[in-house]
Design a protein. Structure first.
Length: 460
């Protein structure tokens, strides 16, 4: 069950927390909707007394397509600036260092964006994973088995394409093997919401479940393969702080002035431990309970995600995209030289092609050989466009690209170009394949009016 589907089923009995009388009486969907809107507005005010234009921006970010557009705009602005006559100012800005050196936090802005700002996004990811594993699409092993297994083969496919590219080209630069494994769930569902109207609803649920499992796989890859020289004293301290954080949340002591300082201490401990600091945010996200209250039967994880959507999707992700996507193509010999690099080739082929091979072939194998069942109304032909859309790797792939190569290594820029092009190819090819499949359903009389587009929107 997606987050919004959960809201839809629970808000028919939603109540105003201020009135016990109202809580005991039945309410209409319109009243519930009004209560939901008031709760959202009050939640936004609590986050930071947001002005009306900012509030409208936050509301718009609930649409996956709009959130993806914001990411694209940030990346395009960075790419244009990084290749303009004034590109030195962009790289000077990215290299500007701030923070206390005595604490080991004298970092440039690009590192702050990847290590600190992006942690807010991973905190939301952690909460969403917790919700999916407890009350969402991954809580029933029988229903989750096929998309989760497809996510595994969907990670192996891009790795195989990347490594094959290195072997065939003779470059043998295997450091970037993990870059094309990730799926950007917001971006992928946003594209599906735009072009997927008419596909079975189960197609959107399949893609969302697969992307959630893929997110978890990407997080595990970062935690295991990109943590060097782990300081177990700091790591133990970070885990202890996370446990205290979780205990306070479980007890209902959810005051921001209590939780956020603990979150910062946890982040710092993970940072000093040598584990990528965003992992601390995932751990903290898992600590948020999915419980409800008598006054509000929306899970706490979902309420927190809604309150943080402005800061996560509207601020943190665009800032990260701005600093991660700024590749100097002009001084690197032009786009042709970059795209001919084996690292870039392995990535921009690995994302659309590797994901497609891994997910579609894996799903075919599990359905035909192991007799696992597809969702209601879903056919193998519907999986093909979903497998291409899963190649939209943007956010996590850009992060892994930065972790795979040193900033001074020219392959780091090549890898980021590969991610951008691979994502673009996945969007274009995935959208085309989706429209072809929709036309097939229309021609065969099996068009679904409340299909994948609606289920993708409900994942916001």
């Amino acid at each position: 069950m997606t987050q919004r589907e959960h809201r839809d089923t629970t808000h028919e009995s939603a109540t105003e927390p201020e009135s016990a009388t109202t809580a005991e009486s039945a309410v209409t969907p319109e009243t519930a909707s009004g209560a939901e809107q008031r709760k959202r507005r009050s939640g936004l005010r609590r986050v930071g007394k947001l002005a009306a234009p900012v509030t409208r921006y936050s509301q718009a970010l609930r649409n996956e397509s709009f959130a993806g557009l914001v990411l694209v705009i940030s990346a395009v602005v960075a790419l244009i600036w990084a290749n303009s006559p004034g590109r030195d100012t962009y790289f000077a800005l990215a290299a500007t260092k701030i923070g206390p050196e005595s604490l080991g936090l004298h970092l440039d802005l690009a590192h702050w964006a990847a290590d600190f700002v992006l942690a807010l996004f991973f905190f939301v990811v952690g909460m969403e994973l917790k919700q999916e594993f407890t009350i969402g699409s991954l809580n029933d092993p029988r229903k989750a088995a096929l998309p989760v297994l497809a996510a595994v083969t969907g990670m192996l496919g891009p790795i195989g394409v990347y490594c094959a590219t290195q072997a065939i080209s003779g470059a043998r630069i295997y450091d970037g093997w993990a870059i094309p494994v990730a799926t950007d769930i917001a971006f992928a569902l946003g594209v599906l919401a735009l072009v997927g109207k008419g596909l079975p609803k189960a197609a959107g649920i399949f893609l969302m479940t697969l992307a959630v499992a893929d997110d978890l796989g990407g997080i595990i890859v970062i935690a295991i393969f990109f943590s060097e020289g782990v300081n177990f004293l700091f790591l133990g301290g970070g885990l202890l702080v996370a446990a205290v954080f979780g205990l306070l949340c479980w007890k209902g002591w959810n005051r921001w002035w209590l939780l956020w300082p603990l979150a910062l201490v946890c982040w710092y401990c993970f940072f000093r431990a040598g584990v990528h600091a965003t992992i601390s945010a995932v751990v903290l996200g898992f600590m948020i309970p999915t419980s409800t209250t008598d006054a509000d039967d929306t899970p706490l994880t979902e309420r927190y995600s809604e309150r943080l959507i402005f800061w996560s999707a509207g601020i943190a992700l665009p800032i990260f995209a701005f600093f991660a996507a700024g590749v100097n193509i002009t001084d690197a010999g032009g786009i042709t030289a970059l795209l001919a690099d084996p690292v870039a080739i392995g990535i921009y082929l690995g994302l659309p092609l590797g994901k497609c091979i891994g997910i579609f072939c894996g799903t075919w194998l599990f359905v035909k050989v192991f007799r696992l069942k597809l969702g209601e109304g879903l056919h193998l032909g519907d999986i093909f466009p979903m497998s291409i859309l899963a190649g939209i790797g943007f956010t996590v792939s850009l992060l892994i690209a930065q972790l795979s190569f040193a900033p001074t290594d020219p392959h780091e820029a090549h890898a980021r170009v590969g991610v951008l092009l691979g994502t673009l190819l996945s969007v274009i090819l995935g959208a085309l394949a989706t429209r072809v499949r929709v036309r097939h359903h229309r021609a065969s009389g099996t068009l679904h009016d409340d299909g994948a587009s609606g289920s993708a929107d409900s994942a916001a």
